[in-house]
Design a binder for this molecule. Structure first.
Ligand code: PMP
Length: 359
């Protein structure tokens, strides 16, 4: 068996140690005589798994006790709708910051429910950077401010947390959650799909300040109502139990490997060396403004796009896969989440330099 370095944006690599643990526990979880996927979600075994996953996430992210953690279905995309459905209350508008494709998807969905005020858009600069704090035109009467701290496709990220005063701040952390320490108390709602830094697809983790729960109108379907999920500890219906368990294994792995502080140190080093390799070459380029460059998703282009196919096929032969850029942007993209070992990035850089020399 040989495993490759997989640069996919998601579903993405998971730590090998976690895969091995899941393999070892596959047929018989801790003497229960069954696989986690065969367990009742109401049984004491699974409830203990679910509680540990939640406690470990709370610990690694230092989530204050007045925030509720929900494990929901529908991925991050369901949150695009659940945010307005649950946070508008009596207000009629919300602020959105447009930094690229994922914020635009959130905006499109919110427009079904409320007036969207675009607090800033980076369209005029080709989404090559995030807005500076002074560029945000926030409405003090907005129900909330929504932003995308890291745009997975564009590879741009915020280097600060917007100040929104009394207006709740909502962040789509799908592609950066648990990649570094953050101060959760600066946010009011954080949500993230699971298939990047957390584990297999199938979950959205929602971290929400408790007093914001309970504002959904009666016409909001039960499955889209935070209060119903919060009151049922995310077990209103059958949750994606195996993904939840697997996410717990990843949280535990982070705990045992130096926490998000250590992840940040390694992630920063990985990103810095990859950007340095791109910048010192005329053959590769990345045009994102330096302060807005993503640590997680590194898009780059080859000076000669005719070489893209050869690049991808030779990279694959070298055990470096899923480097093809998103179809909307073309070029290449290397996603380097927590589970991408530093050796994977070193191997990619070595391959890029060698490819450049040959072509
Ligand atoms: N937001 C961001 C920033 C993403 O990267 C993605 C997925 N790539 C989504 C939302 C959508 O996530 P899901 O597929 O889990 O709905």
């Amino acid at each position: 068996m040989s495993r490759v370095f997989n640069f996919s944006a998601g579903p993405a690599m998971v730590p090998e140690a976690v895969l091995k643990q899941a393999q070892a526990e596959m047929l018989d979880w801790q003497g229960s005589g069954m696989s986690v996927m065969e367990m009742s979600h109401r049984g004491k075994e699974f409830v203990s798994i679910a509680e540990k996953a939640e406690a470990d996430l709370r610990e690694i992210m230092s989530i204050p006790s007045d925030y509720k953690i929900l494990f929901l279905q529908g991925g991050a995309s369901a949150q695009f709708a659940m945010i307005p459905m649950n946070l508008l209350g009596d207000k009629t508008s919300a602020d959105y910051i447009n930094t690229g494709i994922w914020s635009q998807k959130a905006i499109k969905e919110a427009k079904r429910y409320c007036k969207v005020n675009i607090a800033a858009t980076m369209e005029n600069v080709g989404f090559m950077r995030t807005p500076k704090p002074g560029e945000l035109k926030l409405n003090p009467n907005a129900a909330y401010v929504h932003y995308t701290p890291n745009e997975t496709i564009g590879g741009v990220e915020f280097d600060y947390v917007p100040e929104t005063g009394d207006v709740p701040l909502v962040a789509d952390l799908s592609s950066t959650i648990i990649s570094r320490p953050i101060d959760v108390s600066k946010f009011d709602v954080i949500y993230a799909g699971s298939q990047k830094n957390i584990g297999p697809a199938g979950l959205a983790v929602v971290i929400i300040r408790e007093d914001l729960i309970g504002q959904a109108k009666d016409n909001v379907p039960a499955m889209f109502n935070y209060k119903i999920h919060a009151d049922a500890n995310s077990m209103y219906n059958t949750p994606p139990t195996y993904t939840w368990y697997f996410a717990g294994l990843v949280f535990n792995w982070i705990k045992e490997n130096g926490g998000v502080e250590k992840m940040a140190e390694i992630n920063f080093r990985k990103a810095r060396k990859l950007y340095a390799a791109i910048d010192q070459s005329d053959f590769y380029s990345n045009s994102i403004e330096e302060r807005s460059r993503s640590w997680m998703n590194v898009p780059f282009t080859l000076a000669n796009a005719e070489l893209d196919t050869v690049f991808l096929s030779e990279a694959k032969e070298a055990g470096l896969v899923s480097l093809k850029g998103h179809k909307l942007l073309g070029g290449m993209r290397a996603s380097i989440y927590n589970a991408m070992p530093e050796e994977g990035v070193d191997a990619l850089i070595a391959f890029m330099m060698e490819f450049e020399a040959r072509h």
